[in-house]
Design a protein around this ligand. Structure first.
Ligand SMILES: Nc1nonc1C(=O)N[C@@H]1CC[C@H](O)C1
Length: 245
């Protein structure tokens, strides 16, 4: 999968493919991340890339012509890519959206700086606005990098064990269960016996029970959007009965 990122800091975003699983994925040709810098299209002595907002107010906006030139360059390089603008006004990034985006062969991410970009550029070039969360960042680059990481994990071959992509928390809708490794006894706390039983059916059931209990206790909102299986329902009822005691 090919990612193009329109950003004033291409060297920062391109660092994504220099560590961990994304480095290996990039070396294996499974993903690529290419920056497109509006500053490369600046024509004045100061190579300016920002401009003052009409109507006054604090801060600046990204300049229209240099930003658009970088978007056009990105679209020429990735002609089949939708353009995703990272902004607090966008659709919340979650696993279903990640899985939707992972089906694409290529994607262009527009990372704003200053107070953002001119609305006419959004109307002209942006296919989807996506928000990392309800807070204000200094730029859209972190949102772009989070999106690239989450989407890349869905690309076949990127994770050694593809099953872990599906089993990741949220990929299965619920919060993840607790995990344990050596030593068996850590400061008097021992690893749950079931995980050392070698009984895969019991282990799977225990992990689902733990996920459901954590989800119920920490993120009850997750139950609003999910039809429970009969197994999940009985597990939650078991949990509730312990809470009522
Ligand atoms: N939350 C978010 N999810 O995606 N992006 C943001 C975000 O705060 N963007 C900043 C707003 C103005 C500046 O241009 C960049």
């Amino acid at each position: 999968m090919r990612f193009g990122v329109v950003t004033l800091f291409p060297e920062w975003v391109e660092q994504l493919t220099s560590v961990g699983v994304l480095e290996r994925a990039s070396q294996n040709g499974l993903i690529s991340v290419t920056g497109f810098n509006p500053r490369d299209h600046a024509t004045d002595n100061h190579r300016s890339v920002d401009d003052r907002p009409f109507g006054g107010g604090p801060g600046m906006l990204m300049q229209v012509d240099t930003t658009e030139a970088a978007i056009i360059k990105a679209r020429e390089a990735l002609p089949n890519a939708p353009v995703v603008y990272l902004s607090p006004q966008g659709r919340a990034l979650n696993q279903p959206l990640v899985q939707e985006l992972a089906r694409l062969p290529e994607l262009i991410l527009l990372a704003g700086r200053y107070e953002g970009i001119d609305e006419r550029l959004v109307d002209e070039h942006v296919d989807l606005e996506v928000s990392l969360g309800d807070y204000v960042l200094s730029g859209g680059e972190l949102g772009a990098m989070v999106l690239i990481d989450a989407v890349s994990r869905m690309v076949p071959g990127v994770l050694g064990d593809q099953a872990s992509a599906e089993q990741d928390s949220f990929a299965a809708h619920w919060l993840d269960c607790p995990h344990f490794t050596r030593p068996v006894d850590y400061r008097g706390n021992t690893v749950p016996e079931v995980l050392r039983s070698g009984h895969h059916g019991r282990i799977e059931a225990w992990r689902l029970q733990q996920s459901l209990e954590r989800s119920w206790d920490r993120r009850p909102d997750l139950f609003e959007r999910k039809r429970l299986t009969t197994t999940e329902l009985s597990m939650i009822n078991e949990h509730l009965s312990t809470l009522e005691k």
